[in-house]
Every structure is written in structure tokens, then in C-alpha cells.
Design a binder for this molecule. Structure first.
Ligand SMILES: Nc1nc2c(ncn2[C@@H]2O[C@H](COP(=O)(O)OP(=O)(O)OP(=O)(O)O)[C@@H](O)[C@H]2O)c(=O)[nH]1
Ligand SMILES: [Mg+2]
Length: 358
């Protein structure tokens, strides 16, 4: 894999980690306006929190793009600590909504400060590591955490609380894993380019997946050479962040249907990535999968392969207008560096092979 040029074109400046601007064009450089034969544009699509940016960051990392500037480090520290605070706030709020008492008096004090006044600067203090960890271990907070399908909580909550020692140190430097585990909803678009041989470059485009971000997708549809659609396997018991009464799986199927059957994508190589396999396998060990899918055989609900086969059929049934021989289905655990590398390599090979067929 040769040179890499990374160009974040994030109009609203929300998601620009570890990248060096190469263009000021808010539409995303030349490929967005004039199709360049030597450039293969691959669009990452999917609903919010499906893992698009996580995969994008992994691709950046395995192309050698690291955290290079002090300013980026400062921004990342802020993002990681903000994730800690948001998770802590959501957990405390959940104890109130679910009527679960926080057991220890000192943890109740910490909870009050979290809701009323704590900010990210306060977290640059090891005493907060102890206080937040004690709160995390409180029986009341743990009970709320066990019921996390009833409210909104980031997937990396446990990871962040288990790493408070580092995160609340004044010497804290975010690691690659911290960056992969941290959530920032994407607003606008981010892209990167890298050589893929034969004098071609692959341009990977990450967009925001939440409802109000999706109207921006259409701007790319004319220029896309392949689509990678992510959906989270572990969202079967969750509702949307932006609409707490709407089932995430239903949303994901709906968006998939709209995209895969779009006339502009007819014959465009299409990859369906079932992400968060790690979380999914943990979840089905303790939660009933069949409760959410009336057509699924309850006797099979602890078997991940059977569950994934079922999900695959569910998604493939949505395809009415797209030739099935240009669709590939894979599973992924985007927080796993090696798995991401292997799966992305397979995705790339699939797209390149499809390109040669044209
Ligand atoms: N455990 C686990 N967590 C994951 C996986 N993929 C992503 N995550 C986490 O899920 C959260 C959301 O991932 P993002 O990559 O931000 O999701 P997105 O699709 O870009 O979301 P939007 O930008 O809102 O569209 C992050 O905290 C990630 O660390 C996975 O395979 N396993
Ligand atoms: Mg994103």
C-alpha cells in the first residue's frame, strides 16, 4: 500500500482527528464534483453508532496516520473526558428515572456534582479517578448499567470507567485504543485517500448516520463506486438515540432498503457489514435474542451463527432492485484492529474485483 493523503472535509469541525487537510473544498475534493477514473470512491453508510467512524479510524491507523499534532492530542483528551462525563451523567440520570437508589452517601455526592457542575477540566485530577470509579462500582449504578437498554449509553462505558486512572491523570496521553473506543457523532463528512495499486487511489468517505445527517448523503450518490453499509449486530434491544421510541433494527433495515435499492447504486458493489460482533456475542449470552424477532427459533438464540444468519436473511430480504451478485456480506468487530484490517482488506478486494468485471 503506497502513499496516503488524508483530507478531512468537515464543514462543522466535529470530526477531524488525526488528519492533515489537503483541500478546502467542502464538497470533499475533486472526486465529489468530477468523477476521476483513477479514483475509487467508497462510501461508508449506516445509521448512527453503527461503527462507520470507528472503521474509518482503524483504516487511518493501519495506513500509518497517527496522532501527530499537540492540538489534536488536546482535542482528543477533551473528547475522551467528555465521553466519561456524558456516560456518568447518563448513568446517574438513569438511576433517577428507573428509581434505583445510589447506595453509598459519598457516591450520591459525586452524582450531584456530575449532574450540576462537573466539567472536563475538573477531570485532570487523580482524585476524580477515585471518585468516579467508586460511583461506577456503586450497586445502584451497576444496576442501572445492567438495564442500559432502557436509556442511551455509549458502548465503551465500561472501558472508559476501567481506565480512569490514566484518563484523570495530568499526564494523560490518549492511546490508539482510547481513540477507537471514544464516540463522537459525525457531523459533515471526513475522507481519506490511499493508493491501491494499478495507479489507482481509494477514497474512503465517512458520513454522519443520525437522521438529520442523512440528508447530506445524497450529495455523494452520483460519484460513488462502492458502498459499505454498516449495521450493529448488538442493537437488537436498543432504541434510537435521536428517537427513543424507535427500534434501532427497524431504522437500520429502513435505511438499508432506501440505499441498496436506490437506482443510482444499481450494480454498484455493495458490502453489508454486520458490526459489533464482540458486543453481540456477549449480549446474546445473557439476553433473549428471540424475544425481539418473532420468526426466530428460540432454541437457537444462544448460537451466534444462527442469529447472524437470521439477521442476514432479514437484511437481504430488503433487496429488491440490486443484483445480488454485487452484494457481499461480512461480520466485523471494528474495535479489533486485526479484525478490521482483515475485513477491510477483503472488502477492498471485493470492490476491486467487481471493478474489473465492469
Ligand atoms: N465493542 C464495540 N464497540 C464498537 C464497535 N464498533 C464501534 N464501536 C463503538 O461504538 C461507538 C459508535 O461508533 P461510531 O464509529 O462513532 O459510529 P458511527 O456509525 O460513526 O456513528 P455516527 O457518526 O453518529 O453516524 C464508539 O464508541 C465505538 O467505539 C465494535 O465492533 N465493538
Ligand atoms: Mg461517525
Amino acid at each position: 500500500m503506497g502513499n496516503i493523503v488524508v483530507s478531512p472535509h468537515d464543514k462543522e469541525g466535529q470530526h477531524h482527528m488525526m488528519a492533515t487537510p489537503t483541500s478546502n473544498n467542502p464538497n470533499g475534493g475533486s472526486a465529489a464534483t468530477a468523477k476521476n477514473k483513477s479514483e475509487i470512491t467508497v462510501l461508508l453508510l449506516g445509521a448512527g453508532e453503527s461503527g462507520k467512524s470507528t472503521l474509518f479510524k482503524q483504516v487511518q491507523f493501519f495506513h500509518g496516520v497517527g496522532i501527530t499534532h499537540d492540538q489534536e492530542r488536546i482535542e482528543l483528551i477533551e473528547i475522551v473526558r467528555l465521553n466519561v462525563l456524558e456516560n456518568a451523567k447518563n448513568l446517574v440520570a438513569a438511576t433517577q428515572h428507573l428509581n434505583i437508589p445510589i447506595e453509598q452517601p459519598e457516591n450520591r455526592e459525586t452524582a450531584k456534582l456530575i449532574i450540576n457542575s462537573l466539567n472536563t477540566n475538573d477531570l485532570e485530577d487523580p482524585s476524580w479517578s477515585k471518585r468516579l470509579y467508586s460511583l461506577w462500582k456503586d450497586a445502584g449504578i451497576q444496576k442501572a448499567y445492567e438495564n442500559r437498554e432502557k436509556f442511551q449509553l455509549y458502548d465503551s462505558t465500561e472501558y472508559l470507567f476501567e481506565n480512569l486512572d490514566r484518563i484523570c491523570s495530568d499526564k494523560y496521553v490518549p492511546t490508539v485504543v482510547d481513540v477507537i473506543r471514544t464516540r463522537t457523532k459525525t457531523i459533515g463528512i471526513t475522507d481519506m485517500k490511499f493508493d491501491v495499486g494499478d495507479g489507482k487511489q481509494l477514497r474512503l468517505v465517512d458520513v454522519g448516520g443520525q437522521r438529520n445527517e442523512r440528508r447530506k448523503w445524497i450529495h455523494f450518490f452520483n460519484t460513488v463506486d462502492a458502498v459499505v453499509f454498516l449495521t450493529s449486530l448488538s442493537e437488537f434491544d436498543l432504541n434510537l438515540y435521536e428517537d427513543n421510541g424507535y427500534w434501532r433494527v427497524k431504522e437500520s433495515l429502513r435505511v438499508f432498503n432506501e440505499v441498496v435499492n436506490n437506482a443510482l447504486f444499481y450494480k454498484v458493489p455493495f458490502v453489508l457489514l454486520f458490526n459489533k460482533r464482540d458486543l453481540f456475542e456477549k449480549k446474546i449470552a445473557t439476553k433473549s435474542f428471540s424475544k425481539y424477532f418473532s420468526g426466530f427459533n428460540e432454541a437457537e438464540e444462544k448460537n451466534p451463527v444462527a442469529c447472524i444468519e437470521y439477521m442476514t436473511k432479514l437484511f437481504l430480504n430488503e433487496i429488491t432492485e440490486h443484483p445480488l451478485d454485487t452484494v457481499s456480506v461480512k461480520t466485523l468487530s471494528a474495535i479489533d484492529h486485526d479484525n478490521s484490517k482483515q475485513v477491510f482488506e477483503e472488502v477492498k478486494q471485493f470492490i476491486m474485483t467487481q471493478q474489473h468485471r465492469e
